[in-house]
Design a binder for this molecule. Structure first.
Ligand code: CP
Ligand code: NVA
Length: 306
């Protein structure tokens, strides 16, 4: 049966562990100049409704490095933009492609593609989740901290798509996650409730950034206004001002804590330039690992576990 990655609760802990180890192996092999052309003759389609630098290019590079072909299609240039039904689009694309990578506003749109198409559907960001990003972020955590068990992760800022994917990951893997979000900008209650029913008090949502980062091994933040929320930017800038990751906040973390940001960053807003450029920041390794993780994801979903 085909497998999709629409949310991280679609994966078992063993799937996460496979992806972490395979992505690490593929990273190592690339650095040794060894190629892995497991996608020879295969085609991956990317349909994006929103802008992207890293996700698009790392998925396209991943497919190319595995010997496959990728096709990037802005959704505005497809008949989807002229109301062709998803069900019809999916039944056509499954005949051309071996996997479909989607970046959309709605999570439900991706669920519908996945329900109808016989090929794997991979969520490359929705308003609700960004699962592939958190997979590669956790790969980075493992590289720097030696594993995910026993670690304490802090999230500071909006209860957005990234925050909700971290909640799902913590629910499946059981690491400690404390989120500090302003009132009115919390993660969806149903997502938090499901996670707490699986992982209990290991997952907490508070309103004080200092409480969230206390003894944290990993500090995560993201933009205050996500794609699609441009009209709220001004209001959000004042609501989120106390939620900046700065040197003062970082004095509360565990020693050797790392700072993560999925990028793009708005330096001077959610994170200071000083912290972003500090030795604790692992943002470039995070960005690199997206490509290695995307290779492992494409291989797992198209070919099966290596
Ligand atoms: N982190 C991330 O998803 O970046 P892009 O929007 O550039 O793809
Ligand atoms: N929360 C951000 C993530 C960008 C990669 C957004 O959705 O715009």
């Amino acid at each position: 049966m085909k497998k999709d990655i629409l949310t991280l609760v679609d994966l078992a802990a063993s799937d996460f562990d496979h992806l972490f180890s395979r992505a690490g192996e593929l990273k190592h092999r690339r650095k040794q100049g060894i190629s892995d052309p497991c996608l020879a003759g295969r085609t991956v389609g990317l349909i994006f409704e929103k802008a992207s630098t890293r996700t698009r290019i790392s998925f396209e590079a991943a497919a190319a490095q595995l010997g496959g072909t990728s096709l990037f299609i802005s959704s505005a240039d497809t008949q989807l933009a002229r109301q062709e039904p998803i069900a019809d689009t999916a039944r056509v694309l499954e005949r051309y492609l071996d996997a479909l990578v989607l970046r959309t506003f709605s999570q439900e749109m991706q669920a519908e593609f996945a329900r109808i198409a016989s090929i794997p559907v991979i969520n490359a960001l929705t308003d609700t989740y960004h699962p592939c990003q958190v997979l590669s972020d956790l790969m980075t955590v493992i590289e720097f901290k030696g594993g995910y068990s026993g670690i304490r992760v802090a999230w500071v800022g909006d209860g957005n798509n990234m925050a909700q994917s971290w909640i799902n990951a913590a629910a499946v893997l059981g690491f400690e996650l404390i989120l500090a979000c302003p009132e009115g900008y919390m993660p969806e209650a149903a997502i938090v409730e499901r996670a707490r029913s699986w992982a209990g008090n290991k997952i907490r949502v508070v309103h004080d950034p200092a409480e969230a980062v206390e003894n944290a091994d990993v500090v995560n933040t993201d933009v205050w206004a996500s794609m699609g929320q441009e009209s709220e930017e001004e209001t959000r800038r004042s609501v989120f001002a106390p939620f900046q990751v700065n040197r003062d906040l970082m004095t509360r973390t565990a020693k050797d804590a790392i700072v993560m940001h999925c990028l793009p960053a708005h330096k001077g807003e959610e994170i200071t330039e000083e912290v972003f450029e500090s030795g604790q920041s692992v943002v470039w390794d995070q960005a690199e690992n997206k490509m290695h993780m995307h290779k492992a994801i494409l291989e797992m979903l198209i070919i099966g576990q290596a």
